[in-house]
Design a protein around this ligand. Structure first.
Ligand code: HAM
Length: 432
């Protein structure tokens, strides 16, 4: 077959999809418990929104966009959700619904990065945004929420790094100081950092190049350039984290790859991952709404990668729930019995919500029984033409091997009663 998944994308096959569903459902539950409501925005956005929102000089915008043209429109497959969520908030005037809006999302994002383990071109994020609050409590809430999600799955040894990127007053001053420090050293910088020196010098702080890192050791730190108000904001965020007992490390060189951040930026990494070790990150983006031409709206949020979370959970030996077991497998032989199976499987699914399966391929009784075993059906009904004409057939419980001859008319009632009994034996309700 000549067709394969596109580079950097992957299929989520049924067994894996169950794990995805479990993780997504848990994340939804935790976020909804904290009062976040789901938002779903289109995968296609205007290129201009992303370029302005994420930043013209970021890697995401200059190198990694899946862009397409359609007539006059210049579109992209969204690389992230913060700019689209802010667009939706402004477009629909969601600010009229209350002072603070808490929104979450789960879905696919697209970045044309060089694929490797934990780094894809179509990947999935869960994330949350708190819009309308400039209070440092909201920053702490976002960080605590993301830590809480990861800890809920039993992940330990998480490393939370935080930094303050200042605001429109401190950032330009820091930028200049950084340029003044690096300009005389430009020759020794890696080519990509040299390129960033004039356009986006803060990104040099993010360089993984060993030579750059050496030079970084003596570089000025943003924390020394914060205004009193910015410093106070950062101090409060840290105090709130301490109140919840969330350990963090201050990293004055943490900048993150998106330009909209102001004040708090953070990232959470795990030793369970390889080179791509960020499970998630986020921060505050108070200037974004105005950058998009909207009314001033402070915001803070985070996003985490679902692929990376799943890799970490698998590495940690997380126990995912087992797939649901079919209640009944009807092993039917002969045209009449097969027709009966078809009719009754459909009827009982609809009427009693029983998960009933039967063979769709006309296989032998032996392979039908093997199939019932493989899918771990609770019960198998063995039905030939003779059983059908007598109106009685053997029902076998696959766990115990116990077999009883049952009237076909009474089957759903008997089955439901036995399933209920088995369930209550498995999880006995405490008697009062
Ligand atoms: P980000 O750090 O670019 O932030 O992405 C968040 C997370 O998405 C990363 O930590 C990582 O787990 C996952 N991720 C990113 N790129 C890839 C990829 N190519 N393959 C697999 N996983 C990936 C944002 O996107 C911001 N919108 C977060 C935010 C929300 N800030 C404020 N609010």
């Amino acid at each position: 077959m000549r067709f394969r998944t596109v580079k950097g994308t992957h299929d989520i096959l049924p067994e894996e999809a169950l794990r995805w569903r479990h993780v997504e459902e848990e994340i939804r539950r935790i976020l909804e418990l904290s009062g976040f409501a789901e938002i779903r925005t289109p995968i296609l956005e205007q290129l201009e929104l992303i370029a302005r929102g994420v930043g013209q000089t970021t890697d995401i915008v200059t190198k990694e966009m899946f862009a397409l043209e359609r007539g006059e429109d210049r579109l992209v497959l969204r690389p992230e959700m913060t700019a689209p969520v802010m667009r939706a908030y402004l477009q629909h005037g969601l600010y009229t619904q209350g002072a603070v809006m808490k929104l979450y999302y789960i879905g696919p994002m697209f970045r044309a990065e060089r694929p490797q383990r934990g780094r894809l071109r179509q990947f999935h994020q869960y994330g949350a945004e708190i819009l309308g609050s400039s209070d440092p409590l909201a920053d702490a809430e976002a960080i605590a929420l993301q830590m809480g999600i990861l800890e809920h799955f039993g992940l330990r040894q998480l490393r939370l790094r935080i930094n303050s990127l200042g605001d429109a007053t401190c950032r330009p001053r820091y930028r200049e100081a950084l340029q003044a420090y690096f300009r005389p050293l430009a020759e020794r910088l890696s080519p990509s950092s040299r390129e960033r020196l004039e356009k986006n010098p803060l990104r040099i702080l993010d360089s993984k190049d060993p030579q750059d890192q050496e030079l970084l050791a003596g570089a000025p730190r943003i924390t020394d350039f914060l205004t009193e108000a910015c410093r106070e904001h950062f101090e409060q965020v840290k105090t709130y984290l301490e109140e919840l007992g969330i350990p963090y490390e201050e990293d004055p060189f943490l900048v993150r790859g998106l330009d909209y951040y102001m004040h708090t930026a953070f990232e959470i990494t795990s030793p369970l991952l390889g080179a791509q070790d960020a499970l998630g990150g986020g921060g505050r983006y108070d200037g974004l709404a105005e950058e998009l031409g909207g009314r001033p709206t402070p915001g803070v949020g985070f996003a985490g990668g679902l692929e990376r979370l799943l890799i970490a959970l698998e590495t940690a030996g997380y126990r995912f729930p087992e797939p649901a077991r079919p209640d009944l497998y009807i092993a039917a032989l002969g045209p009449e019995a097969r027709r009966w199976a078809f009719v009754h499987a459909n009827r009982w699914r609809r009427r009693f919500s029983l998960q009933v399966e039967y063979d769709l391929a006309g296989r032998s009784l032996r392979s039908q029984l093997r199939e019932a075993d493989r899918i771990r059906a609770r019960f198998v009904l063995i039905l030939g033409e003779e059983e059908l004409s007598r109106g009685r057939a053997p029902l076998k419980a696959l766990d115990s091997g116990e077999q009883t001859l049952l009237s076909l008319d009474a089957l759903p009632d008997t089955l439901i009663a036995r399933i209920r009994r088995a369930e209550s034996e498995r999880s006995p309700t405490p008697s009062s």
